[in-house]
Design a binder for this molecule. Structure first.
Ligand code: PGA
Length: 261
């Protein structure tokens, strides 16, 4: 799938991912995926992913059998097992049916003390246990107003996404989510997002070389909606979206998945 020419002219398969955060019980999750399966049935040449809360994962996996929608988790701990109350490991997620795992979301950095170091360890663990990590980066409003946003994102990439082997690096997914755009209704302009995505790819080039960096998908996240996805996806370095609020309704998320760039 990775070598088809996508709508923005790149050879990267677009990835549209729903981050459900702490929303939906098992019952509610199942009713959402049932609808999504119907609404996205015809979609080809793009990857669709849902990342529900942990309790729903096993039930959703069953419901997704034979569909074109993949399953991911929102976090993991880097150890395989052990006395780590409240944590979930890569092998547990893999066996439960996950293909992807979101790592270092800004809400985890802000409320749960995640750092670039913990992000890097989790990213490595994800690969070790057969999951593709979606590593989140992005500046706060203060950092943006202080004009240090490029510096902040550079450090997040250089420290949080380092030390992968080539095969791992080529599968890595990065999500650029400016914190001021998450859940606020303020979206980065397509120009701002494209500029930052190109900058991120430059940083990935310095870590892994051009050939690998060209294969890495960089998603945008932050108030993606049915009415702004088309213009975002028209940019050469925007390879998909990490969608929060708008992924909780099938009508909205399926329209986002079916973007026209
Ligand atoms: P939002 O969230 O789409 O609700 O802004 C995006 C995210 O936090 O992943």
């Amino acid at each position: 799938m990775n070598n088809s020419l996508s709508n923005n002219g790149s050879f990267r398969t677009p990835l549209l991912a729903g981050n459900w955060k702490m929303h939906k019980t098992v019952k509610e999750s199942l009713s959402l995926v049932e609808q999504l399966k119907k609404d996205c049935r015809e979609v080809k040449d793009r990857e669709i992913l849902v990342c529900p809360p942990f309790p729903s994962i096993v039930a959703i996996k069953e419901s997704l059998q034979g569909s074109n929608i993949k399953l991911g988790a929102q976090n993991l701990f880097w150890e395989m097992s052990g006395a780590f109350t409240g944590e979930v490991s890569g092998p547990m997620l893999k066996e439960a049916g996950c293909d992807y795992c979101i790592i270092g979301h800004s809400e985890r950095r802000q409320y749960f003390g995640e750092t670039d170091q913990s992000v890097q360890k989790k990213m490595k663990a994800a690969f070790q246990f057969g999951l593709i990590p979606i590593v989140c980066v992005g500046e706060t409003l203060n950092e943006r107003e202080g004009k240090v946003h490029f510096k902040v994102v550079e450090k997040q990439i250089q420290e949080g996404a380092k030390d992968l082997n080539k095969e791992e690096a080529s599968q890595l997914v990065i999500a650029y989510e400016p914190v001021w755009a998450i859940g606020t209704g303020k979206t980065a302009t397509p120009e701002h997002a494209q500029g930052m995505h190109a900058f991120i790819r430059k940083n990935l080039t310095s870590l892994y070389g051009k050939e690998i960096a060209e294969q890495i998908r960089i998603l945008y996240g932050g108030s993606i909606k049915p009415d702004n996805i088309d213009s975002l996806m028209a940019n050469p370095d925007i390879d998909g979206g990490l969608v929060g609020g708008a992924s909780l309704k099938s009508e909205d998320f399926s329209r986002i998945v079916k973007y026209v760039a």
